[in-house]
Design a protein around this ligand. Structure first.
Ligand SMILES: [Zn+2]
Length: 561
């Protein structure tokens, strides 16, 4: 090939590329822009599910989207905090917690001196429900920067519209940002709600949707398997002993959704979220939102964010290798097929971008792994704090007045009581190291780095340390950051004896589906490793705006036409 200097390449480009006036540029962009970008986030869905369950999928759901779009088969999170809040924050903004401040679902707030939801905002009152605990009053207040929805709305003086709907407040909030509208489900309401951050009153279309009382129509209904029993032989036994009996749904099929009181209660409405009908509910609301808000109707691109959570609630209850999660995915595939058909009725194919991913994967039930001979287990938070208390007291003496060294263990951090360290005139870096070493004596703990190491830039340049750094934000992170060995977990589900979770830096929690289809996308299968941080900047390019402020990913130019 003939070598070309940079200068001659520039000259050639200027000679042969038609020079567009700024007006022509924007016209070309406007012509290419989709009318509507639909972001579908699946909660707790591994990339592997798309291949594992492929033999049981229809042609119109996942397979349709994969055929029409770019399938990124190696999309991973590169942070240690594979949880819903940090996941949705990254999907919406392209920024990890070290930039967005969303380093967990919950954290110890050193100002209010209590553990809070990352999305708690005392000034944002939830609508239609008296929030107890007050953590149900939520907004994007703690999210630092902006997201794709904000970026789009700023770009045209709020001519675009952005609506995000979800089962969970944090999911809807992180997709809507500050300028879009977020609506989420609440079991205390038995329907959709929002907070005063977004609106003083729910719009008529949401009120009318709630008036349909869709969850109530499932009272007493049975969730049965979609396919004959033989299809489920790739999952572990339906009655695996450490599955959870979530909200009296039982551990085995058929799961009857009801309530002892004989009528719908908050428990019933919460149980509803673990069934496939909860996904249908959100997708029906998505259709309603498109019509009511006239999304995609004018020349300004709109965004619709939809986060589907039933996969997560069922994953927690039954584990990722269960009949329930398998059936949930098969039914979700059919629900997506119906949804895509409705989208195609409303829009031409090149008028819409549909981008699908997940907020994290799923850790297997430890007892299932143990039964197969793998090293696996649950770690009780009390065992961690006991180990730290014993080690610190042995070295420095007991704290005065019966105080405790450990304030709280809230993933991925241990928060120590800094007033004791000050009173005893101790070196914080050394205290943190002693605490971290004590944690390593607890079976299943893999690694720790201290706050002082993070702040001083003293962490090694390796994969695990860098993943942890992305989940570190000084004012919201604790004194010791840690994670477990593969197939171990701690936290709420570590304390319990049943159910499963996510939140590790391992493949089963980090590897998620990513499919981007529609206007401007070159269909195909792309096996190159990509980061979920690339999702937002790629969508930004497709809708013709800059990536959000803190975006740290790359635009996936290989999938663009
Ligand atoms: Zn999640």
């Amino acid at each position: 090939m003939k070598r070309q200097t940079f200068a001659s390449a520039l000259l050639a480009a200027s000679l042969f590329t038609p020079v567009l006036t700024p007006q022509a540029h924007s016209q070309e962009r406007a012509a290419k822009k989709p009318k509507l970008a639909i972001i579908i986030v699946l909660d707790q869905v591994r990339a592997e599910y798309l291949t594992r369950y492929a033999p049981f999928f229809g042609e119109g759901g996942f397979k349709y989207l994969m055929k029409r779009g770019a399938t990124l088969t190696n999309a991973n999170y590169t942070h240690t905090t594979t949880y819903t809040g940090p996941g949705h924050a990254l999907i919406g903004s392209g920024s990890y917690g070290h930039t967005s401040g969303v380093v967990g679902n919950r954290f110890y707030n050193r100002e209010s001196k209590r553990v809070e939801s990352m999305f708690f905002d005392e000034n944002a009152k939830i609508l239609g429900y008296e929030a107890v605990p007050k953590d149900d009053d939520t907004s994007p207040r703690n999210f630092i920067g902006n997201n794709l929805s904000d970026q789009l709305l700023i770009s045209n003086n709020l001519q675009s519209k952005s609506v995000a709907i979800a089962n969970k407040d944090r999911a809807a909030i992180m997709l809507a940002g500050r300028l879009g509208k977020a609506y989420w489900y609440h079991e205390g309401v038995g329907g959709m709600t929002s907070s005063t951050f977004y609106t003083k009153e729910l719009p008529t279309w949401i009120k009318q949707f709630n008036d349909r009382k869709i969850p109530d129509s499932y009272f007493g209904k049975s969730w049965n398997k979609l396919l004959p029993e033989s299809a489920y032989s790739i999952s572990h036994a339906d009655d695996f002993p450490t599955e959870t009996d979530f909200k009296s749904l039982g551990r085995t099929f058929p799961h009857v959704l009801a309530d002892k009181s004989g009528k719908p209660t908050a428990d019933f409405y919460e149980g509803f979220t673990a069934t496939p009908w909860a996904n249908d509910y959100q997708l029906e609301l998505a259709r309603t939102a498109i019509d009511a808000e006239k999304l995609g109707a004018d020349e300004y691109t709109d965004i619709l964010g939809v986060s589907l959570t039933a996969t997560d609630i069922a994953g927690h209850a039954y584990g990722p290798d269960s009949h329930e999660v398998q059936d949930m995915l098969l039914r979700l595939d059919r629900s997506l097929e119906a949804f895509f058909k409705d989208i195609n009725k409303r829009f031409k194919k090149d008028e819409v971008v549909i981008a699908l991913t997940a907020d994290h994967g799923a850790s297997p039930l430890p007892e299932h792994m143990s039964s197969l001979g793998l090293d696996a287990g649950r770690i009780k938070r009390k065992n961690l704090s006991d180990a730290i208390e014993t080690a610190l007291t042995a070295k420095y003496g007991a704290p005065a007045n019966g105080a405790k060294w450990v304030r709280v263990v809230e993933d991925p951090s241990v928060f120590l009581d800094d007033t004791i360290i000050t009173e005893k005139k101790l070196n914080p870096a050394e205290v943190q190291r002693v605490a971290g070493e004590a944690m390593l004596t607890v079976k299943g703990i893999a690694l720790y780095y201290t706050r002082e190491q993070m702040l001083a830039g003293q962490i090694p340049n390796n994969r695990w340390a860098l993943m942890m750094e992305k989940a570190f934000y000084p004012t919201r992170s604790g004194e010791v950051l840690f994670f477990t060995k593969p197939f171990y977990f701690n936290g709420t589900y570590g304390d319990k004896d049943t159910g499963s979770t996510h939140g590790t830096p391992y493949e089963y929690d980090t590897h998620v589906p990513m499919i981007i289809a529609g206007a401007g996308v070159k269909a195909g299968t792309y096996n190159r490793a990509v980061d979920v941080a690339d999702f937002a900047p790629t969508l930004a390019e497709l809708i013709g705006v800059d990536a959000p402020a803190g975006s740290e990913g790359r635009c996936l130019t290989e999938i663009l036409k």
